[in-house]
Design a protein around this ligand. Structure first.
Ligand code: FMN
Length: 215
């Protein structure tokens, strides 16, 4: 099969204005619960999201990160503060998040600004991670060029020796969370004949306005 022959029809359901919650975070929680229901495919990480960042020259990069919490209506993810994404966020706080839930024929797109979370929040999440993940965060100079895998193994062996007798691992200063404060959230439901439903919340002063976009 060639690319141009790949085609699916979306027929599962629709999205009407009357279906929506008053605010997009509540609506997101509804859709997230449905995406994460028991009949989701076992391999699907429903909290995986595309994170787009851009520098001040307009150079855009994307990657997948995991949504780890929603707090005070902000979307939280954790990463390395020296990574490429972090350098771009330091220069330009505007980011976009994208979720794709193919089993529901849905996507959610968020536009907002990213801010580093309080140190205590990063520390608490770091402490909740499995030992291997904490060691990985400690040793990885994320986004830096390295000469080969052995660089990572050497650092891991050294950390394993250094912390052999304890599970108290320090959260590195250069590792932590970002909170994305949404200004726009779009809910997209696939429909037949490519006439998809697209309902967009836009922040308007202290409330939200909803409009429908053409597919
Ligand atoms: C499913 C999945 C989940 C990921 N989750 C994270 C994450 O939560 N935090 C993170 O820093 N990188 C995560 N990564 C790795 C990133 O996609 C990326 O490679 C890394 O953050 C470096 O990105 P950068 O060089 O653009 O900053 C994940 C990758 C995948 C495929």
């Amino acid at each position: 099969m060639t690319f141009d022959q790949m085609r699916l029809s979306y027929t599962r359901s629709g999205l009407a204005e009357s279906d929506l919650a008053d605010d997009p975070v509540t609506q997101f929680r509804h859709w997230f619960t449905e995406a994460n229901s028991d009949d989701k495919p076992a391999w699907l990480e429903v909290n995986a999201m595309t994170l787009a960042t851009a520098d001040t020259a307009g150079r855009v990069t994307t990657r997948i990160v995991l949504l780890k919490a929603i707090e005070d209506d902000h979307f939280l993810f954790f990463t390395n503060y020296r990574s490429e994404k972090a350098r771009q966020i330091a220069a330009n706080r505007q980011v976009s998040l994208g979720f794709h839930w193919p089993h529901l024929e849905r996507q959610v797109r968020i536009v907002g600004t990213a801010t580093q979370v309080a140190r205590s929040v990063s520390q608490a999440y770091f402490d909740s991670r499995p030992r291997d993940s904490r060691l990985g965060a400690m040793l990885s100079d994320q986004s830096a060029e390295i000469s080969g895998r052995e660089v990572l193994q050497t650092k891991l062996d050294s950390l394993q020796r250094q912390f052999a007798d304890t599970d108290q691992l320090p959260c590195p200063d250069h590792w932590g969370g970002y909170a994305v404060n949404p200004s726009e959230v779009e809910f997209w439901q696939g429909r037949e004949s490519r006439l998809h439903d697209r309902l967009l919340y836009r922040r308007h002063e202290s409330s939200w306005r909803v409009c429908r976009l053409s597919p």
